[in-house]
Design a protein around this ligand. Structure first.
Ligand SMILES: Nc1ncnc2c1ncn2[C@@H]1O[C@H](COP(=O)(O)OP(=O)(O)OP(=O)(O)O)[C@@H](O)[C@H]1O
Length: 355
């Protein structure tokens, strides 16, 4: 068993290079989660000091991993936005400050040099949201647009696998430099921490990490802005998703569903969530359409919701294998049936977004 006090003591034995104090005493342990052999926290430092603190993060992780019974450890180093509120608020109890910074709202900032931000959502997990995100991104790129993909699925980041990218992004002048794969700029919470560790994050930490990836990544430059950033949202319609879409400046959303009624009911909830925050649903996509799960459910649902229907994608082994192999099928077989379907969806999305 690992308890909180023991974890804080271990972290206090790691020195903050700026203040010379232990990390906990220096206030660098935020949003600490300790549960059943797992521990994680966020270490937020000024953007220009992320390089200085990278070894400190590694030392904190190593120290936690060395604790008896500790199985999973995640220390996320995030760069403090220049405009962010002061890190600690005087007068709050230790217990309250330990909850991290969620009480100070994460600023809604548009990412720099990004023309449009598109969310890909699903009410339900496992319906193919990530598959649609990367292939839709690839289809938009094939139309000559510059495209980025942000994997915000903190509960199961799959972008590194689906695009075949790995390794922490480089930092340059306080910004993260996205990996480029298959012509797409890519950033994933899975590149910043181990995929399984993100599972222990609570909503506010997830929001904060996503905001960071959104605004602190060099998606585009003044000379070469990014046309569209595709965000793969975490599945579901709970508080985490609501917070995220409230705090992310979205120009529109597409909702992925399978044809079954259970998935459609969740797609409906996702649509309602976007309506609530004033983000237009650009349309529903039916994935895994065909003999096994049936067909036409999403189109009928779109009609009921008064939302556009963008098209269907078949249940297709090649689509799955390509994803597992780190190559979006659209990029791998640009002349195939699946690529044609994605191209039709991309054309509609681009038109609605004015791209
Ligand atoms: N049309 C399809 N045909 C065959 N397999 C598919 C199709 N769409 C997705 N898959 C496969 O289904 C699995 C789940 O897909 P994916 O990871 O894209 O879903 P998701 O909705 O993002 O899941 P999660 O909610 O867990 O993040 C993957 O193995 C993927 O390759």
């Amino acid at each position: 068993m690992t308890d909180r006090a023991a974890v804080l003591a271990v972290l206090d034995a790691v020195t903050d290079p700026r203040s010379g104090q232990g990390l906990a005493t220096a206030g660098l342990v935020q949003g600490l989660v300790v549960a059943d052999g797992r521990a994680g926290f966020v270490m937020e430092v000024p953007a220009r000091e992320t390089a200085l603190y990278a070894p400190v993060r590694d030392a904190a992780e190593a120290a936690l991993k060395a604790m008896p019974g500790m199985e999973r450890v995640s220390v996320v180093l995030t760069a403090e936005a220049v405009t962010a509120a002061p890190r600690r608020t005087a007068g709050l109890s230790k217990a309250a400050t330990d909850q991290g910074r969620p009480k100070a709202p994460v600023p809604t900032e548009r990412p720099g040099h990004v023309k449009r931000v598109l969310a890909v959502a699903s009410g339900k997990g496992g319906v193919g949201k990530s598959t649609v995100s990367v292939n839709l991104a690839a289809a938009l790129a094939a139309r000559g647009l510059s495209v980025g993909v942000l994997d915000a699925d903190v509960y199961g980041p799959s972008l590194p696998t689906m695009l075949g990218v790995s390794g922490q992004p480089a930092y340059e002048d306080g910004a993260m430099v996205p990996h480029v794969a298959h012509g797409l700029k890519a950033m994933s919470v899975g590149l910043l921490t181990k995929a399984e560790d993100a599972m222990i994050w609570r909503g506010p930490m997830a929001s904060q990490a996503i905001n960071q990836m959104l605004t602190q990544t060099r998606w585009g430059t003044a000379e070469a802005p990014l046309d569209v950033l595709v965000i793969d949202l975490p599945p579901g319609t709970g508080d985490v998703q609501l917070t995220l879409i409230q705090k992310t400046p979205l120009d529109g959303a597409v909702i992925v569903s399978t044809p079954q009624e259970v998935a459609l009911a969740d797609a409906r909830r996702a649509h309602t969530l976007f309506e609530k925050v004033g983000v237009p649903t650009l349309g529903l996509i039916e994935n895994m359409s065909g003999e096994v799960f049936g067909t036409g459910g999403a189109e009928a649902e779109a009609a009921r919701l008064g939302a556009p229907y963008l098209g269907d994608l078949p249940l297709d082994g090649a689509l799955r294998r390509a994803g597992d192999a780190g190559k979006p099928l659209v990029a791998d077989e640009p002349e195939g049936d699946v690529a044609r379907r994605f191209d039709a969806i991309a054309a509609r999305v681009a038109a609605v977004l004015g791209l």
